[in-house]
Write a protein that binds this ligand. Structure first.
Ligand code: ADP
Ligand code: ADP
Length: 223
């Protein structure tokens, strides 16, 4: 079943054509890596697919419904309810502990504090970060920060996980470990994963690779 679809998506920043008519479909449960050189439009495509950004023309469909023309409130609700988002050097709230950061999306979703904390602790455990639950971001290593960011992205059991260079700030051993955790947790939850990376090792974890160059798809579109 097709879960996500881009139809002729175009996006420009001034004179820079970041996306020049990208069309693709992503099946439910698939893990897809978006690769390509720096500046080829990977992040912009991820932002359009996840509703962070609206394309100038073209359409984005999710679960059979057009989402690019929703207003900001509806898109924010969709991101909170159905999507989990992990960015490189993700911004955890510095004043909150790891477990409080992970619990935050559940509080936004209206769940009670005690329940949110219990679920958050479970997610931290799942990504091997239970021991840093009471630490604040400034006390954590890069790998620990990424684990906490992944736990936060997974805490609402999202249907789709979007990740933009989630291992970009880590050395290859730590990056490999964090990526395995992300993919493992996604598979356990039957989530669809869309991950932006310039790293072939990371792309090798995905079911399929989508390659961008100058804002357009090149080879590698087939499974
Ligand atoms: P990638 O993720 O592959 O590195 P991006 O999607 O970040 O590529 O960027 C694609 C192109 O659009 C680049 O030329 C980049 O400089 C430009 N771009 C991206 N975001 C912005 C922005 N907010 N303002 C101006 N130009 C941007
Ligand atoms: P880059 O791809 O250039 O490293 P980011 O991916 O960190 O930049 O952020 C690009 C855009 O995504 C920004 O406009 C930012 O406001 C938005 N953004 C970053 N993190 C989140 C998040 N957790 N939720 C929603 N939007 C975000």
């Amino acid at each position: 079943m097709t879960l996500l679809e881009a139809r002729h998506v175009e996006k420009a920043f001034g004179r820079t054509h970041a996306l020049r008519g990208v069309s693709l479909t992503i099946e439910s449960g698939e893990t897809v890596a978006i690769t390509g050189p720096s500046g080829s439009g990977k992040s912009t495509l991820l932002h359009c697919l996840s509703g962070i950004m609206s394309p100038e023309s073209g359409e984005v469909h999710y679960a059979g419904r057009r989402i690019d023309d929703l207003d900001e409130t509806a898109r924010t609700r969709l991101r909170r309810e159905d999507f989990g988002i992990v960015f490189q050097l993700d911004r955890l709230v510095p004043e909150l502990t790891a477990v409080e950061n992970v619990a935050l999306p559940l509080l936004f979703a209206g769940r009670g504090r005690a329940e949110a904390t219990t679920v958050a602790l479970g997610r931290l455990d799942e990504v091997g970060a239970a021991d840093v639950a009471e630490s604040r971001p400034a006390e954590l290593s890069g790998g620990q920060l990424q684990r906490v960011a992944i736990a936060r992205a997974l805490v609402t059991t999202p249907k789709v996980i979007f990740a933009d260079e989630p291992t970009g700030a880590l050395d290859s051993v730590a990056g490999e470990r964090v990526l395995s955790l992300l993919m493992g947790a996604a598979r356990a939850n039957k989530a669809t994963v869309v991950i932006v990376t310039h790293d072939n090792q990371v792309a090798a974890h995905a079911d399929r690779e989508i390659v961008l160059r100058d804002g357009a798809l090149v080879g590698g579109v087939m499974a």
